[in-house]
Write a new protein. Sequence first.
Length: 125
Amino acid sequence: MVTDKALEHARLAIEMFNEGLGFVEKNDIVQSSEKLYKAVEEGIKALAIARGLDEAREAMEKGRWTVSLLDKAARKLGDVVERAWEAGYFLHVNGFHEIRIDMDDVKYRVPIIEALMREVEKLLK
């Protein structure tokens, strides 16, 4: 069921994705990596809530999402989501925290994350 909370996360996912693309155009590895990661994170939350996953319920009970909950939810949500999670987390660690990748590494992962955004957009229709 698509709840207001799921829609809120879906809108934020799309917003973060678009911001991330803007930073890719500006050749900003750090900011593009983090915005694209946030897009994935919010997309997983949106889909997990909409599909009533146990991880979404647990996150609501705890009052926050953890990396473990996001990882488990991504696996349950299928290949497109799992691949986007792996790509987003790679960017988060290697592009935002460690700053040890180049823009080609970021650009390579954009289509993988974009596939998740197409799934998220379906919630908004």
